[in-house]
Design a protein around this ligand. Structure first.
Ligand code: SAM
Length: 291
């Protein structure tokens, strides 16, 4: 097991439990079980609740297995949430009472050794959530054309200096590690811009590359299309997003899909939650109900 010290704190735990758990003996799917924070709360609520936990990351899932081993009402699967129909078929389940998807990055992925998601440590450029996938951040950074890189950094990072960053990346190839990439981004950005930014100046570019490596927006779109079909009547879908691109997709989907209606959200973490769990600060929770 890779070294990692920080424990993942589930985001908006009370709000998730209050909105999602509408049926005492229901089946609930946590599509991004991560280290098991939300799944534990759902399973703890009643021995009559059954929780199916899914995660694409085999290393994170090992942690969930350890954290949740004493629960008899949880089953875990290594799978993508886009394969929700396959998992439910394996379990012989047609409909469930609630589905949760928490779109952030787990603390293990961020802080665990060698996953290459962080700009705070020097690690090989990886950023894969699915360790069996071949495409890595190294490939995106070193093999994509300048134009493709600029478009990705602009669209997925909402970075207005995308063209300058893409140009510097191409000029400085090969770029092998996270800190090498941070240095290149630093050289591409105007000094005033670096000073002005509230968040780390590499945040947007790192977010863009991570989204590209893991096909995150395509996966969310696929998931939103399939999830309502597996909810029983009044069943609930809870989505936690962490940036505007994700939330925009969810908001439009909840507004326009005839199978569901939004019943709550966007809910933001309280001041005290943000204080005790700063990683929750950009989270938004939306809840929809199956009509
Ligand atoms: N809710 C969890 C908890 O409280 O511990 C944390 C979830 S974490 C923010 C997000 C998780 O989603 C990560 O563990 C990541 O591996 C997983 N993930 C990302 N893409 C996925 C996909 N396509 N299918 C399944 N899981 C995915």
């Amino acid at each position: 097991m890779r070294k990692y010290s920080d424990k993942h704190i589930p985001v908006m735990p009370k709000e998730v439990v209050n909105y999602l758990l509408w049926k005492e003996n229901g089946i609930y799917v946590d599509c991004t079980v991560g280290e098991g924070g939300h799944a534990r709360l759902l399973a703890e609520s009643s021995p009559n609740v059954f929780v199916i936990g899914i995660d694409i990351d085999s290393e994170v899932l090992q942690i969930a297995e350890k954290n949740l081993s004493h629960f008899e009402n949880i089953a875990l699967f290594k799978s993508s949430y886009t394969d929700l129909p396959v998992v439910l078929k394996l379990m012989n389940i047609n409909k469930v009472s609630g589905i949760l998807i928490d779109l952030g990055i787990s603390t293990f992925q961020l802080m665990g050794e060698g996953r290459g998601f962080t700009f705070n440590k020097d690690e090989p450029l990886d950023m894969r959530m699915n360790l069996e996938q071949t495409k890595t951040a190294h490939e995106v950074v070193n093999q994509y054309s300048e134009e493709k890189l600029a478009n990705i950094i602009f669209q997925y990072g909402e970075e207005r200096f995308s063209r300058r960053i893409a140009k510097k990346i191409v000029e400085n190839r090969p770029i092998n590690t996270t800190l090498e990439l941070v240095e290149v981004i630093k050289r591409a950005l105007p000094y005033n811009e670096i000073k002005k930014r509230k968040r780390h100046f590499a945040t947007k570019t790192f977010q863009a590359i991570r989204i590209e490596v893991n096909s995150e927006l395509e996966n969310i779109k696929k998931f939103l299309e399939i999830a309502p079909d597996f909810l029983e009547q009044n069943g609930r879908l809870a989505v936690i997003s962490f940036h505007s691109l994700e939330d925009r997709l969810v908001k439009h989907f909840f507004r326009n899909d005839p199978r569901i209606k939004q019943i709550a959200g966007p809910i933001r973490p309280s001041e005290s939650e943000i204080k005790s769990n700063p990683r929750s600060r950009s989270a938004k929770l939306r809840i929809a109900e199956r009509i």
